[in-house]
Write a protein of this length. Structure first.
Length: 81
């Protein structure tokens, strides 16, 4: 069960809600020049569409995630200034 270090610290979006300790959901992550889907575990239930931070790789296409609020989301993009 090899960890995938390239995933840790990446931002993703839940495509299927997580259920906390009751079960995993699914997350889509931009990595390696494309997007990939992984089984996502979280300590608390998170709804579909939640932005998440990958905090750990479990190997075998499974990751631990935490809800993520982008601290720069309220700033205009560089071309919009």
């Amino acid at each position: 069960m090899a960890r995938d270090e390239a995933l840790i610290g990446r931002i993703g979006v839940l495509t299927m809600a997580t259920r906390g300790r009751a079960g995993p959901g699914e997350v889509q992550v931009s990595v390696r020049g494309g997007t990939e889907v992984f089984i996502a575990w979280s300590p608390e239930p998170l709804p579909r569409g939640t932005s998440v931070l990958v905090i750990e790789s479990r190997g075998h296409r499974a990751v631990d995630v935490s809800a993520w609020d982008d601290p720069l989301a309220d700033f205009p993009a560089e071309g919009d200034r």
